[in-house]
Design a protein around this ligand. Structure first.
Ligand SMILES: Nc1ncnc2c1ncn2[C@@H]1O[C@H](COP(=O)(O)OP(=O)(O)OP(=O)(O)O)[C@@H](O)[C@H]1O
Ligand SMILES: [Mg+2]
Length: 230
């Protein structure tokens, strides 16, 4: 039998936030692995550490302890510059609060990752057209984020995460601001793109009907991550 390749692996991740004399342990010895081409969902109560762990896996935040290995690269040993190049080339991120740049139009926001990767021959136009059409934001591209609804901002953030055709897509509640119909459409887009490009998808969601579509579900509880027993 062919052995499945591990694309993402964490070992004993601890992340603590210190404020004055209190320490919050957001992630507590989290160890898990994701195989290449998998769709993994992470569920768990509010405050259980899902966003913190996702940011650490995506190289956006560093743990106090433990290791993150993505595509065989140990993120902990990379400099900030190496990390941002690595993210630009291989990773996409949909933030829970969108994180759009307020002074940039929707289109400019979507294209930001293309400035941070070394894929000169990549033509974005067709991919961009398909993304914005499927996401229903083609007629909003020249608006600022403040001129868009919450759901439209979320869809701009999704287009931005996918524009570079990243190998691993991290999505933090990508359907959180959307009604059922739009949530299902966005999920279909993420799954279709994943199948088409052979991507790996790691998604935080509180929506069990969305998590059920994943190959595997993990649950976070007090900073720990465990396989979810359905
Ligand atoms: N920058 C920070 N400074 C201090 N504490 C933080 C910070 N970021 C997160 N925390 C704390 O870490 C814990 C985990 O937060 P996190 O955002 O990862 O949870 P979550 O599972 O994503 O929750 P939600 O479902 O509400 O998005 C929470 O107790 C939170 O208050
Ligand atoms: Mg969160």
């Amino acid at each position: 039998m062919e052995e499945r390749r591990i694309i993402l692996e964490t070992e004993d991740i601890i992340k603590q936030y210190k404020q004055y004399d209190t320490v919050v342990t957001a992630v507590n010895r989290a160890t898990f692995r994701v195989f290449d081409g998998e769709f993994v969902a992470i569920i768990g109560a509010s405050g259980s550490g899902k966003s913190t762990l996702l940011h650490i896996c995506a190289g956006l935040d560093r743990p106090n302890h433990g290791k993150v290995i993505v595509r065989g690269n140990n993120l902990s040993t990379m400099s900030a510059d190496e990390l941002s190049r690595f993210r630009g080339n291989f990773l996409g991120m949909v933030f829970q609060n969108h994180n759009l740049i307020p002074q940039f139009t929707a289109l400019e926001n979507i294209l930001v990752p293309t400035l941070m990767c070394n894929k000169p021959d990549l033509s974005y136009e067709q991919h961009l057209k398909k993304l914005v059409t499927t996401l229903g934001i083609a007629d909003r591209l020249h608006h600022l984020p403040s001129e868009l609804s919450g759901g439209q901002q979320q869809r701009v953030a999704i287009a931005r995460a996918l524009i570079n055709r990243p190998q691993v897509v991290f999505a933090d509640e990508p359907t959180g601001n959307l009604d059922r119909k739009n949530a299902d459409e966005v999920l279909e887009l993420l799954i279709q793109t994943k199948e088409l490009l052979g991507q790996t998808l790691v998604m935080v969601t509180h929506d069990l009907s969305i998590a059920e579509r994943a190959d595997r579900i993990f649950v976070m509880e007090n900073g720990n991550i465990e396989p979810y027993r359905r």
